[in-house]
Design a protein around this ligand. Sequence first.
Ligand SMILES: [Zn+2]
Length: 304
Amino acid sequence: MIRLNALFLPLLMACTLVQAAPLPVEEAAPGVFVHHGTHKDIDTDYGGDICNIGFIVGERGVAVIDTGGSAKVGRQLREAVRRVTDKPILYVINTHIHPDHIFGNAAFKQDNPVFVGHDKLAGAMTQRKDAYLRNQVQWVGADAADSEIIPPSLAVKATHTLDIGGRVLHLTAHPVAHTNNDLTILDDKTATLWSGDLIFVERTPSIDGDLKGWLSVIDQLRGIQAARVVPGHGPVTIDWKTALDNEQRYLSTLLQDIRAAIKAGKTMEQTMETANRSEQGKWALFDIVNRRNVNTVFPALEWE
Ligand SMILES: [Zn+2]
């Protein structure tokens, strides 16, 4: 018996390594599957699983939308796809550059999908590649092993449609807002809008693009006919216009408060303590992310 165990142990271990446990997913609408990460900051050992990632199943094949913060999370997402369907994975779409959304791409290379992103995504990846790969070890520890940045092979400049069989995905590349490479996906069959980080629900919106640009993109998003939104972070939301109201209020109050602080001769450090206090308690990770937003926005507004 002992000899048998010794013989099979390496084999069992190899199997565990290859077979990733599938991520739990919710079917938010027919054929639309979402995995929800937890509200953690991207920091030491955050685990790579903090945003919404998932996939849409068509008659012809599957479109994956965002892949998680590590190759391991990507493999677990791939396993979740395989639990639902054995149809080919045709597309892997990234909503934007951020590491919690893109580092799982590597797990889908074996499927030879078309990688899809905003026209500006490849450039952003080139610019940030070294820093992201360096930080990845700190961010996800041993899970950084197979980390790789995979740029889009199909770049969306304005709009593009992907027919995955029985349903068409309408992709829109937006002007600078959350980042300079935000892409949204609208599934025509269920009117589900996959917004990436253009819409935050529960979690404090973080700015890595342009605050004023984001406010104008919010106005454009209001024109979309969507029955529900899969935000970048937070629950799938039916009343997404209210979610947009909340986000707009957070961002415009931040803009007002920073402008007022600059006018009153306050420093950036002082402004970090005072800006947007009325929003505290309304958002997860407020203290960390709000300070960081002031740090990003203050220098740009100083030269208005
Ligand atoms: Zn983001």
